[in-house]
Design a protein around this ligand. Structure first.
Ligand code: CA
Ligand code: CA
Length: 301
């Protein structure tokens, strides 16, 4: 099994990036991810305002998948996420939903113990590891890892966790996949501007669907019981519309329902949820029960 160190990072999804490794479809990989600060924050005296911002949101990779061509789907099966022992949270004046309440930058160490993150002496919460940045490389201009696009990127969707399967439209030969920005936990919204930022070790499998009959424009996530479309836009409204339209397209392509019936179905059983509201591009998601797609024998795609 390949093991990839977190020394191998990139800061923008760029088709000129040289792959650090080429793997065969179906191979298991163990990938280390650095925290979103590239380990520049080591304690509570290290402030986020003092770090080198050209080195934030690293993604490990890029990893090329042999045979991946534009028009294929890259399937990413997240088998495990093990977070490190120490995470960080930061708050920054005028940033995030609470920036106006924050008078000076602050860093908090959040320790991890026995499956919990320790928020304070009397408050601890079960780990809920997730991946903030994950995607393939776009065919157009480079996109910094801190941004979001149709290729994925900094989606900060907490349903990207152990057991999730992600589907990306391959845009360049080899797909040039990467991931980073793990969180030990994060609330929907990521309101203050971060989750519990932490390095992690992710076990995953990369596979291909060659020439699929339906090619989603943006990432789709499948969990044990849900199928989820993630949309992005300048406002939560825009991001919601993108996610809802994507789900409508998926359902009308993958079931016998027409647009009207599919709209009603989404309204009856689909949940529109927030991913994050703190970046210039917001991300929203629509979740529906996976059983919607089960009629054709396989769940979907
Ligand atoms: Ca993020
Ligand atoms: Ca983060």
């Amino acid at each position: 099994m390949y093991k990839i160190s977190k020394e191998n990072v990139f800061f923008e999804f760029n088709k000129e990036n040289k792959p650090i490794l080429e793997v065969n479809p179906g191979e298991d990989l163990i990938i280390e991810t650095d925290d979103c600060f590239r380990s520049q924050i080591k304690g509570e005296n290290d402030l986020v305002t003092a770090i080198d911002f050209s080195k934030v949101n690293p993604a490990t990779g890029p990893i090329a998948v042999k045979g991946a061509m534009p028009g294929d789907i890259l399937v990413v099966d997240i088998m495990d996420i093990i977070v490190d022992k120490k995470g960080f949270m930061v708050a920054i004046p005028e940033e995030g939903a609470f920036g106006h309440h924050i008078s000076e930058p602050i860093t908090r160490v959040i320790n991890i113990e026995d499956g919990f993150f320790i928020f304070s002496d009397d408050m601890k919460f079960p780990l809920n590891p997730m991946i903030g940045v994950i995607g393939v490389t776009p065919s157009g201009k480079p996109v910094p890892c801190g941004e979001i696009g149709n290729h994925g990127g900094n989606m900060d969707a907490k349903i990207i966790q152990k057991g999730s399967k992600l589907y990306f439209k391959v845009q360049v030969e080899g797909a040039l996949f990467g991931l980073g920005d793990a969180h030990a936990g994060m609330g929907d919204g990521e309101s203050v501007i971060c989750g519990v930022e932490i390095p992690a070790v992710v076990t995953l499998k990369l596979d291909l669907i060659k020439k699929p009959d339906f090619l989603p424009e943006r990432p789709i996530v499948e969990t044990s019981d849900r199928v989820i479309c993630i949309g992005h836009g300048k406002t939560m409204d825009e991001a919601s519309e993108v996610a809802l339209e994507d789900m409508l397209k998926l359902i009308t392509n993958k079931t016998d329902l027409n647009k009207t019936d599919a709209s009603m179905l989404i309204s009856a059983v689909g949940d529109l949820k927030v991913c994050q509201i703190v970046d210039p591009q917001k991300t929203m998601r629509v979740e529906v029960p996976k059983s919607i797609f089960s009629k054709k024998g396989e769940y979907y795609l």
